[in-house]
Design a protein around this ligand. Structure first.
Ligand SMILES: [Zn+2]
Length: 94
């Protein structure tokens, strides 16, 4: 999601949250109902880690359309419980 800014002649600036690339040229002002033209501002580039940005975007996406899971996650592989230390061979077996 991205924040797009529009400016109504009568009511001033308004921010609209839409998916990237889907911002219309004008947006209907919620106060007066007249079309407000889009005004361009600097991008909000952040230094947040990509994984965090991806997680936040995924959380925002599932707010309106929850993700559908079709299968349980794969079971984690169990590590071998045997030891490779040769001294352990002399220990009694259970
Ligand atoms: Zn307005």
């Amino acid at each position: 999601m991205a924040q797009y800014e529009y400016r109504c002649d009568r009511d001033g600036a308004l921010e609209v949250s839409r998916p990237i690339g889907t911002a219309p040229e004008t947006f209907e002002c919620p106060a007066c109902g007249r079309p407000a033209p889009r005004s361009f501002t600097g991008p909000m580039l952040s230094l947040a880690p990509r994984a965090l940005v991806r997680a936040v975007d995924a959380a925002e996406r599932t707010r309106e359309a929850p993700g559908v899971v079709t299968a349980p996650p794969p079971a984690a592989r169990r590590r071998a419980t045997t030891t490779t230390n040769p001294l352990h061979r002399k220990l009694p077996r259970p």
